[in-house]
Design a protein around this ligand. Structure first.
Ligand code: ADP
Ligand code: MG
Length: 253
């Protein structure tokens, strides 16, 4: 296997990310079945589907945490994962934000945000951290510790950490699931505003149709590892491809 030497994605510039006939197998189970899907530059793509439909696996393949069993992953048209190529996560220009925020409890907010800035020259890091905290409305929070913050504030620190390195593609796995339901609408709206401002291509994993409807430019609906339908939210809502798609959306209405 060739370990590709070059970077893809330009810092601060949205990239196109494509899955091409991707299959992923755990043991004897195909948990992703021949998925072809493209996240267009600057758009918010939601991977939507019930638990176990393969959403997180696709995200982990995009991040470089899993290698697809078959098929290819392309960033800006360059193959980064396939039968003979593997570009490691740090060369893909992708950022990751996990479900439980994954903040380091023993580190200050500023150190948490600085954690992903290995590619940023040291003298510039403090400024980049301050800018990222300002973007999420947490100016002056740098010296606090995560336990001193509310759930919503912790989520914003995680968001600041994810956007600080200016990724070309930002990957978010159920980023709101750890939040109190009363907070969710507001945090989603605030997050979307920050994401729009950064301009990155964003892929959000969610099992919540309402969340996908409210945030996505494109929704990819998955079931049992298969792509059921992909398109803008209104299309999935008005012209569901099958009974599964129709019932998935009607549950919220
Ligand atoms: P989702 O995020 O949509 O809930 P996942 O991508 O996490 O789905 O999982 C898809 C399927 O793959 C599930 O059946 C899950 O149990 C299985 N799976 C996920 N990770 C592993 C693993 N590391 N080993 C074996 N099976 C796994
Ligand atoms: Mg998942």
């Amino acid at each position: 296997m060739n370990i590709a030497a070059r970077n893809v994605g330009e810092t601060g510039k949205a990239a196109r990310l494509g899955f091409e006939n991707v299959v992923h197998r755990y043991g004897a189970d195909d948990v992703v079945r021949n998925v072809s899907l493209t996240a267009n530059p600057g758009e918010v793509l939601c991977l939507l589907g019930p638990s176990g439909s393969g959403k997180s696996t696709l995200l982990r393949i995009a991040a470089g945490l899993e290698v697809p069993t078959r098929g290819r992953l392309l960033i800006n048209g360059i193959e980064v994962s396939g039968p003979s190529v593997f570009l490691p996560p740090e060369r893909r220009g992708v950022g990751l934000m996990f479900q439980d925020f994954a903040l380091f409890p023993h580190m200050t907010v500023a150190s948490n945000v600085a954690f992903g800035l290995t590619a940023t020259p040291k003298p510039m890091r403090a400024q980049v951290v301050d800018d990222a905290l300002a973007r999420v409305g947490l100016m002056g929070y740098g010296e606090k510790y995560p336990h001193m913050l509310s759930g919503g504030e912790q989520q914003r620190v995680a968001l600041a950490r994810a956007v600080a390195p200016q990724p070309s593609v930002l990957l978010m796995d159920e980023p709101f699931s750890g939040l109190d339901s009363r907070l969710k609408d507001q945090v989603r709206a605030e997050t979307l505003a920050v994401l729009r401002e950064t301009g990155a291509t964003v892929i959000i994993v969610t099992h919540d149709p309402e969340e996908a409807m409210g945030m996505a430019d494109q929704i990819a609906l998955l079931k049992d590892g298969e792509l059921v339908q992909a398109g803008p939210p209104h299309m999935l809502f008005k012209q569901p491809a099958n009974l599964f798609a129709a019932s998935f959306f009607s549950e919220t209405n």
